[in-house]
Ligand binder design. Structure first.
Ligand SMILES: Nc1nc2c(ncn2[C@@H]2O[C@H](COP(=O)(O)OP(=O)(O)OP(=O)(O)O)[C@@H](O)[C@H]2O)c(=O)[nH]1
Length: 318
């Protein structure tokens, strides 16, 4: 296995520019999506877009199994853990190997946070690419530890990438939205649904289905999904409420179309983080701190009591 004691940081490719003046804090953008939805291509596009605007981002690759990255990540999980060796060493399959590699990397998260902190004065955007096996990141303890730790330090936005051409049928659209819904409630962070590959199929149909319940019902009837139709019809009622909490944007990672709007929506999500999410996160952190303090006081009280007993002093029963 590669050296797992220290997280490698690649040298800067270009001098970092001053951070944009409109906000003081950097923004963490965590890119999540099904395999092949275009996460890595979108990150590459965002990377180029930000470089053009003289605000080069800091890129962290959290996918240990990615064969080739089209850009240089500043921190790459593959420099810390060798996914294939992990599979061999622990006798795991591919998914187990990715999960264990992510767990091993998470033990070094304090180093990543330290680097982010150090870079925060000169970098506006920190981008995180995640494994295509989406559930490994969204439903694992390490995925939660990473997103919670990021959100406790700086504004953090989840960008959920959807493969628009593959979502054009009501059934696949519905299952993708169910997934988005579960990730939103799991991460409890500002959430952006990015319909990618709009150069192939426009995302208008999806935006329409999300804003007009009747339009989705009609598409469902036309699609003739058999017994699934009534199940999906009921589920779409539940999702209607969920859609009202979502920001939606259509992009093409291939052509760069929609990137300005993507950053407008990220700006909205950051404002939402400040207004709603940060106060809740701070309350959670304070609650945890108070619990830890209480536990320490309790342990100290017991220690003092044990000392008194060993010195032969009289102690009252608890
Ligand atoms: N036409 C078109 N193709 C795209 C777009 N974005 C990505 N692709 C293609 O979709 C395929 C998958 O893209 P990736 O960026 O590797 O997707 P990913 O989500 O990172 O994939 P995993 O690493 O397997 O999770 C590649 O062939 C890309 O060229 C887009 O906006 N338009």
């Amino acid at each position: 296995m590669a050296d797992t004691t220290k997280v490698d940081e690649k040298p800067e490719q270009s001098a970092p520019s001053a951070r944009a003046a409109d906000t003081d804090e950097p923004v963490n953008i965590v890119v999540i999506g099904m395999a092949g939805s275009g996460k890595t291509t979108l990150l590459q596009r965002i990377n180029a877009y930000l470089h053009e605007r003289k605000t080069p981002p800091y890129v962290v690759n959290l996918d240990p199994a990615v064969a080739k990255l089209p850009f240089q990540a500043n921190i790459d999980i593959r420099d810390t853990v060798d996914y294939k060796q992990v599979m061999q060493e622990y006798n795991l399959g591919p998914n187990g190997g990715i999960l264990t590699s992510l767990n091993l990397f998470t033990t070094k998260l304090d180093q990543v946070l330290g680097i982010v902190e150090k870079r925060a004065a000169t970098t506006k955007y920190f981008l995180y690419d995640t494994p295509g096996q989406i559930e490994i990141f969204t439903w694992s303890a390490s995925g939660a530890i990473i997103t919670n730790a990021l959100a406790a330090t700086y504004p953090t936005v989840v960008v959920y990438v959807v493969d628009t051409p593959r979502t054009a049928s009501p059934a696949t659209f519905m299952s993708n939205m169910m997934y988005a819904c579960s990730i939103l409630y799991k991460t409890q962070l500002p959430f952006l649904v990015v319909f990618n590959k709009t150069d192939v199929v426009s995302h208008e149909f999806a935006a329409n289905w999300m804003s007009d319940f009747e339009a989705f019902q009609q598409a469902l009837m036309r699609s003739d999904e058999g017994f699934m139709t009534s199940l999906m019809s009921s589920m779409s009622l539940v999702l209607d409420e969920f859609y009202s909490h979502l920001r939606v944007v259509g992009v093409s990672a291939m052509t760069g179309q929609g990137l300005d709007e993507l950053f407008d929506r990220i700006g909205d999500a950051v404002r939402e983080y400040h207004d709603e999410f940060r106060p809740a996160i701070q309350r959670q952190v304070e609650r945890k701190r108070a619990e830890e303090l209480k536990l320490k006081e309790e342990q100290m009280r017991r220690l003092m009591r044990d000392l008194a007993v060993s010195e032969g002093k009289e102690v009252k029963p608890e």
